[in-house]
Each structure stands twice: as C-alpha cells, then as structure tokens.
Design a protein around this ligand. Sequence first.
Ligand code: CDP
Ligand code: CDP
Length: 224
Amino acid sequence: MDKKMNIAIDGPAGAGKSTVAKLVAEQLEFLYIDTGAMYRTLTLAALREEISLEDEDVLTELLSRTTIHLEHEKKGVRVFLNSEDVTEEIRTNHITANVSQVSSHEGVRIEMVERQRKLAEKGQAVLDGRDIGTYVLPDAKVKVFLTASVEERARRRYEEQVEKGMSVNLEKLKQEIAHRDQLDSTRTFAPLRKADDAVEIDSTTLTIPDVAKAIIELAKERAK
Ligand code: CDP
Ligand code: CDP
C-alpha cells in the first residue's frame, strides 16, 4: 500500500465512523487516529477546571498546557489526559452533551488540527471526525463521508448503552444526536460537511464489515 496514503472518514454521530475506521486500520495495518477523542478529552479537562465552555481564550490556553495522548494497543485505543487514562470517562453523557460547544471554537480547532496533522504526517493513517476531508487533510487520497438515518444512528447508540447496563430513552437519544449534528454542521469554522471529492456511503442498512470492505477496496483502487 502507498506509504503516503491517508484515509479520512467524516460524518455525523453514530454513523459508524470509529468502528469502521478501527477495522480498516487493523486490516491495512494503518494507524487509527480518533480525533473526536481529542475534543472529548479537552472537554473533560475544561469541565474539571470549571472553565466556561464559551470562553475561547481560556479554553485555548487550557489546551496549550494539556497533553492528549492516544495509545494504541491490541484491543483498541486508550486515551490519556496528562498521563491519566480517561478512555471510559470521555464517553459519558456529560462529555457528549458538552463537546460540540468546546469544539466550535476556532482557537481550539486550530491547535487540535495541528496536532492531528502531525500524527498523520508519516502517512498510512485512518482519521475519523467531522472536518478531516475538508480541513485537516484536504489532500487525503481516500475520503469517505459516512452517513445513516438519524433513527438508525439513535438505535445503534441505544443498543450500545443498553449493553453497558445504562437506562436510556430512545427518543431522547435521537434528539441529542440531532442537536449535536446541528451544532457541528452550523459552526462557522470547519463545520461538518461532505468534502466535494468524498465518496458518500450510507450505512443505514449495511453491516460494519461491509462498510470496511468498501473503504478498503477504494483505498486499493486509489493506490494503483
Ligand atoms: O463518536 P461520536 O460521533 O459520538 O463523536 P466523536 O467522533 O467522539 O466526536 C465528538 C464531538 O467532537 C463531535 O460531536 C464534534 O463536536 C467534535 N469533533 C469535531 O468537531 N471535529 C472532529 N474532527 C472530531 C470531533
Ligand atoms: O464513530 P461514530 O459515532 O460514527 O459511530 P460508532 O461509535 O463507530 O458506531 C456506533 C454504533 O453503531 C456502534 O455500536 C457500532 O457497533 C454500531 N454500528 C452498526 O451497528 N452498524 C454499522 N454499519 C456501523 C456501526
């Protein structure tokens, strides 16, 4: 496979980006970079310090003194905030409900994007997020915009949370997902949007291996 190739996977919440990105990276022996985990980790740090999530300068200053590290192991990726393992904590509803506010600030995004580009500079990386194909890696050889109906995305999150033993309300989950999509798509700086040259895959009725297979085929095609 092309040594410089990077794969960008963008799309709304619950479309299957991280699950599919992990599988594609594993099969191609690429590095998986979960950019959403980076915004989630900063959100956790800000909530702990009780910083106003509307204050761009303070958040940018907080990020400048925050180390976010993604460690790759067999079972997946572990996420560290200043060397503390926060892998589980960044997935809680409290973080999910606040992350789009934090990620909307230009100053925060500029610094995050610089870190993400550095992680991907050697090539052979799969990045998933909202602005990878449009802004972080506009020259990525493979760009995928992964979607699914909001009903299906809410159902997937519901199943996930029920499996973890959490009590959940499907209608509320659907509203939260739609609200987060709306915030991510309408922010002024690098919003969630399909890149003109991205291939759109609607995963509503597709299985995870099917989506991964389609992306791997695309990568092989582009590598020729
Ligand atoms: O997994 P899920 O789709 O729920 O979210 P995520 O990928 O962990 O991303 C969490 C949030 O981070 C998103 O709702 C965006 O607000 C933000 N994000 C972003 O703005 N840009 C990215 N490249 C990745 C995530
Ligand atoms: O990263 P993103 O928010 O786009 O979604 P995800 O966390 O990868 O996937 C959300 C849930 O949907 C996970 O539990 C996946 O196993 C599931 N999923 C699925 O059932 N079918 C797919 N084609 C893709 C994901």
